[in-house]
Design a protein around this ligand. Structure first.
Ligand SMILES: [Zn+2]
Length: 407
């Protein structure tokens, strides 16, 4: 049976302008057509004043971790896998209810919790976004986030780690290519974070891309800044995650090699409630952290605004993600507009069609076009006029099935 979704307007995320009025015909889990009106007697779901648009795509999450908990990131990563899987099931349901119908999970420890959750969603045992997962994040021995990545150094170990991740179910390879750790404490971690230290060599990254691409798999690199930015782009990494300390001279490399900036961490730098400087974060207090950390954050924020704004204007591709701030993709969009200078349509593209292209799934999702999967959301208001409409998701359809309806 065909169902017709009707709203005040439709943003298909491929046309330059929204379609006023109109209906989306959905049949057998797919978008059949966008029509001016439904045929007489058809089954119409009227979403009133809501705007219809493609389901959101979060380019960077972690399944078992959520910034909303009272535990530090590290504590969450170190919880037993069964608990992280249970938490992941809850978190991903929340993501879906916030309109996220696809997401890329970039590292969840060594127990393959992300693979298990992805497959449980595909089998319909739990509900959540369509997932691409990393299975094992790969890091050098001195790399950051030791609790979520397996260590691999040199060409042979990297080949082996990439092959193991693929064997264990990876859809994407995650490498930690910048920043190093010199100890286990939180301060050691902060000392290594937001730096421009290259952790992998160019050759090591080339090897990872070589292994992954033979299997049709892309490589994402945690990459804050430094010489490794240009190496990573030359090596063929599909996305540099965060990229908060990139320099202006890196921009031509993004343009030449086509790599994305993914999950630029805008919530962390700009949001007074969820960001670095929030007084309400329960795991640590900003004012009690050392001044060198404050200075690092402020420097990275200044550089993010200055260089990413230029990168955006120059045509560098962006995909937005939430990392641990699940359900808050709309907030990333808000700061992408307010701080980096994107217009609202570009921000919507960065959480739909552009993200779909990064994930290599733009033939199936990311826009409202005939033949694509019916991943559709209805939001209260017009996100082209006020991006906060994205935070008011009234209806979520995934693959033609309505999983949320508050209309
Ligand atoms: Zn992450």
């Amino acid at each position: 049976m065909t169902i017709y979704l009707k709203g005040k307007s439709i943003i298909d995320c491929v046309s330059a302008k929204p379609i006023n009025g109109g209906v989306i015909a959905v049949h057998d889990g797919k978008i059949q057509a966008i029509l001016e009106k439904a045929p007489d007697g058809a089954r119409v779901l009227d979403c009133g004043n809501a705007t219809l648009m493609p389901g959101l795509i979060d380019s960077h999450i972690h399944v078992g971790e959520d910034a909303g908990r009272d535990e530090s990131v590290k504590q969450q990563h170190l919880q037993p896998d069964p608990l992280r899987a249970i938490r992941g099931a809850v978190t991903l349901k929340n993501d879906l209810m916030a309109g996220v119908t696809s997401a890329r999970a970039l590292g969840d420890g060594q127990g393959c919790v992300d693979v298990i959750i992805r497959d449980a969603i595909e089998r319909g045992e739990i509900i959540g976004p369509r997932l691409q997962v990393a299975a094992h994040a790969i890091r050098p021995s001195h790399g950051t986030a030791p609790e979520i990545g397996i260590a691999a150094d040199g060409e042979d170990e990297i080949r082996k780690a990439v092959r193991k991740a693929i064997f264990d179910g990876a859809d994407v390879i995650k490498l930690f290519v910048s920043n190093v750790s010199r100890g286990e404490t939180y301060l050691d971690y902060l000392k290594g974070d937001l730096t421009q230290v290259s952790a992998y060599t160019k050759r090591e990254m080339e090897v990872a891309v070589e292994e992954a691409s033979r299997c049709g798999i892309k490589v994402a690199g945690h990459c804050i800044g430094g010489k490794v930015v240009q190496w990573a782009l030359e090596a063929g990494l599909a996305s540099l995650e965060h990229a908060n300390l990139i320099e202006e001279e890196d921009i031509p490399y993004f343009l030449k090699y086509g790599g994305y900036i993914s999950d630029p961490n805008l919530i962390l730098f700009f949001d007074p409630v969820r960001g670095f400087e929030s007084p309400t974060i329960k795991t640590h207090k900003w004012n009690e952290l050392p001044s060198w950390w404050h200075e690092k954050v402020w420097r990275a924020r200044e550089q993010t605004v200055r260089v990413m704004g230029k990168a955006l204007k120059a045509g560098v591709k962006f995909a937005l993600g939430t990392d641990l701030n699940h359900t808050q993709l709309w907030l990333e969009c808000k700061y992408f507009i307010e701080k980096i200078g994107a217009d609202n349509m570009r921000a919507l593209a960065a959480v739909t069609m552009d993200s779909a292209k990064l994930l290599g799934v733009d033939d199936q999702v990311g826009s409202l076009e005939a033949g694509k999967l019916a991943d559709i959301i209805a939001v209260d208001g017009d996100p082209l006029a006020d991006i906060s409409a994205l935070s008011r998701v009234k209806l979520v359809m995934k693959g033609g099935e309505i999983v949320k309806q508050k209309i």
